[in-house]
Design a protein around this ligand. Structure first.
Ligand SMILES: CC(C)(COP(=O)(O)OP(=O)(O)OC[C@H]1O[C@@H](n2cnc3c(N)ncnc32)[C@H](O)[C@@H]1OP(=O)(O)O)[C@@H](O)C(=O)NCCC(=O)NCCS
Length: 165
């Protein structure tokens, strides 16, 4: 998987993350999101789910990333039954690269990889005040499936949003 998106400001290549990219991914996470993870967590996710851990590069710089986990459990898009599903753990784009389709491209590519892993649906949690991200997910076809009250450490609630693949 190696694709390039063109934009006014340059090219964004979306490719699989490597262990060497992890420090840059941790930096993107640190400056964009309040939810941080141990370094170990990133390396473990990369080891266990390499095909759905992607980065967007611009001129050799990591502009954004998406990391997912494949899970098996109750379907979130059908009323009954179990499903293999992709869980988007975290997605972020550095502020200076936003609004150019990088986030959309990362998510689309990850969904394609979840499909290849035989995932039948994909879901995520998002802060209920994160209007930009919620709008982006809706445009990609995700629907709100539940509200997780007080989900985050600071007490804010989350929506779960899911998409059938
Ligand atoms: C959410 C995020 C990944 C989107 O990345 P991006 O590269 O800017 O996304 P795109 O350029 O593909 O945006 C596509 C669409 O999303 C919506 N969108 C994105 N940011 C938005 C904002 N701040 N306000 C309103 N809509 C927004 C718009 O519909 C946009 O389409 P448009 O550019 O035609 O208006 C990025 O804003 C980010 O890293 N935010 C901080 C981290 C975060 O909140 N991650 C999600 C946690 S669940």
């Amino acid at each position: 998987m190696q694709e390039t998106t063109s934009s006014r400001d340059g090219d964004y290549a979306v490719r699989r993350c490597t262990p060497e990219d992890i420090p840059s991914v941790i930096n993107v996470n640190a400056v964009t999101l309040p939810e941080h993870y141990s370094d170990y967590f990133y390396y473990e996710i990369l080891k266990d789910f390499p095909s759905t851990f992607l980065i967007a590069e611009n001129g050799g710089r990591v502009a954004g990333y998406i990391m997912c986990r494949m899970e098996y459990g109750l379907s979130m898009t059908r009323r009954f039954g179990l499903a293999k599903k992709g869980h988007i753990i975290s997605v972020a784009v550095l502020r200076e690269y936003r609004g150019r389709g990088v986030g959309t491209k990362l998510i689309r590519e990850a969904l394609e990889e979840v499909r290849k892993e035989n995932g039948k649906e994909c879901y995520l949690e998002v802060r209920i005040t994160n209007e930009g991200a919620i709008e982006l997910y809706k445009r990609l076809g995700f629907k709100v499936t539940s509200t997780l009250h007080g989900y985050y450490k600071d007490g804010e609630s989350a929506y779960t949003m899911a998409l059938s693949l």
